[in-house]
Design a protein around this ligand. Structure first.
Ligand SMILES: [Zn+2]
Length: 497
């Protein structure tokens, strides 16, 4: 058996100013290819890790031409997309594969295409109309017809934080392998409803997504080979942004459609529970200050800077929350992180132990949202200088190499501020330990994150205070000027379906 395996992943925030060239993909300057990609992902808890395990179990010969994943940012540059899609399509064109296993995101927008994944699948199908294709998608996928119609089987994550990337690809791959030996004949039904669930309300540990995903999982006992409910990615001004569902059954189209409709109806019925209530920043910090400090054995209080999550396209350099923390005089704080490669180099030049004053953050303009983020000047000691590389402790992406780029920690006496040179969301405890910060010894942790921080820190945090700051993954959707999303859509227009 010969299998073609590839990864192309990007969640596109069309409001983000952060560029997406080819160099943003991968763990260094660009994607990984061939053996290097296999070596990077084999044995990891990633989608590619699952596909490689399945291939090994089958004794299959594997071609993995490219593994390209980038942290979320603005639409992918055409040259980058053509390079990645081109390498996958060149491999497809060579032919001789029994199956194609793709680890995609599902919310990739390029300079030319609203639907990067659908365009890739359309090109693959034009070259090869018959080889079965399995696709794993992120729960934030914004589905388009071409993403389903040009695949044989599709499966989506059921957890947010995404701790089931491996399980999802494994599920998609197993169904594909079963179809190759004639054990099943997958058919799919998909659809969407006009709603944009708020990202802060999408966590699968919270109502209503907890119950919705439980229902998705239960459908496996009612004839679904794979059922998926995609909460979608709303910071994408594209026609099909929003919630959707796909159900795969064994040859029973009517059943697939019935289960799909049930998922969409249930989600629509919960639309108000997906709304998010904002609190003014100063009020949040006053509330945090009044909380009892952690007792021995208790973890830190998380101050969540959720408007500027780099894993949703944030610049990770806005300073509203950090500046307010400094103004409020909070003590024993660690902040992860401000993206500022220039400030990192200044701190490295100053050297370990030196006292410096640095203007950090606020360097990237955000023309698509109101307001302006200014640098904040901090004075402190250069505590840590690091290569910024670590392997994830998990549960998210266990074993996968994460690269923060050259990184430093500036200690103001009250606040330890991590400065990094590549965008990394704090979803893994090792992002702190790699920089010499023990998060368990801190009273407060400022995290630029929305939901994924819970993967590594959710079960150790004493409590969380959500802080409305500034950034292109703003939680105030009235700051986003939608022009292309289909209308009417909930909650922008409060329509009846
Ligand atoms: Zn996601």
């Amino acid at each position: 058996m010969r299998l073609l395996i590839a990864m192309m992943k990007h969640e596109t925030n069309t409001f983000s100013p952060v560029p997406t060239p080819l160099a943003r993909f991968g763990h260094g300057p660009g994607p990984l290819y061939g053996e290097a990609a296999i070596n990077a992902y084999r044995g990891t808890g990633s989608g590619l890790g699952a596909y490689l395990d399945l291939a090994e179990r089958k004794g299959a010969e594997v071609l993995l031409p490219i593994a390209a994943g980038a942290s979320p940012s603005r639409p992918v540059e055409d040259a980058a997309y053509e390079h990645i899609a081109g390498i996958i399509c060149d491999a497809v064109a060579k032919g001789g594969f029994d199956g194609i296993l793709l680890d995609l995101h599902g919310a990739m927008v390029t300079e030319s295409f609203e639907d990067g994944e659908g365009e890739l699948l359309r090109r693959i199908r034009a070259l090869d109309p018959t080889t079965p294709i399995a696709v794993a998608y992120d729960m934030h996928a914004n589905l388009y017809p071409a993403m389903i119609e040009n695949a044989t089987v599709v499966a989506g994550y059921r957890t947010y934080p995404h701790i089931d990337t491996y399980d999802t690809a494994h599920r998609a791959g197993e169904i594909l392998l079963a179809s190759l030996r004639g054990a099943v004949r997958p058919v799919m039904a998909w659809g969407n409803v006009p709603m944009l669930p708020h990202v802060m309300r999408q966590g699968s540990d919270d109502h209503p997504n907890r119950e919705l995903q439980a229902r998705v999982a239960a459908m496996s006992t009612e004839g679904a080979l794979a059922a998926s409910l995609f909460t979608g990615f709303p910071h994408a001004d594209i026609a099909n942004a929003g919630l959707s569902a796909v159900v795969v059954t064994d040859g029973d189209q009517a059943l697939a459609e019935r289960l799909r409709d049930e998922l969409l109806d249930r989600a629509w019925g919960e639309r108000e529970a997906f709304l998010y209530r904002l609190e003014p920043l100063e009020q949040s910090l006053a509330r945090a200050k009044a909380l009892d400090p952690p007792q021995p054995g208790e973890g830190p209080i998380v101050l969540l800077d959720h408007y500027d999550n780099c894993a949703s396209g944030g610049t990770m350099d806005t300073t509203a929350v950090l500046a307010a923390i400094l103004r409020a005089g909070l003590d024993n704080v660690a902040a992860f992180a401000i993206y500022d490669p220039a400030a990192v180099q200044q701190a490295i030049a100053a050297g370990i132990g030196s006292e410096i004053a640095l203007a950090i953050g606020g360097k990237m303009a955000m023309p698509q949202i109101p307001g302006e983020s200014r640098p904040v000047t901090v004075t402190g000691t250069v505590n840590t200088i690091s290569s910024g590389r670590f392997r994830n402790k998990g549960p998210m992406g266990r074993g996968v190499l994460t690269d923060m780029g050259p990184s430093v920690v500036i200690d103001t006496g009250k606040v330890e501020i991590a400065l990094i040179s590549r965008h990394v969301e704090p979803s893994d405890l090792n992002c702190f330990y790699a920089l010499g910060i023990d998060p368990m010894q801190k009273r407060f942790l400022m995290l630029k994150s929305r939901i994924h921080w819970r993967a590594g820190l959710g079960n150790v945090a004493k409590s969380v205070v959500e802080c409305a700051g500034m950034g292109v993954c703003t939680s105030d959707y009235s700051q986003l000027s939608f022009k292309n999303v289909r209308r009417p859509i909930y909650p922008l227009d409060l329509p009846n379906r």
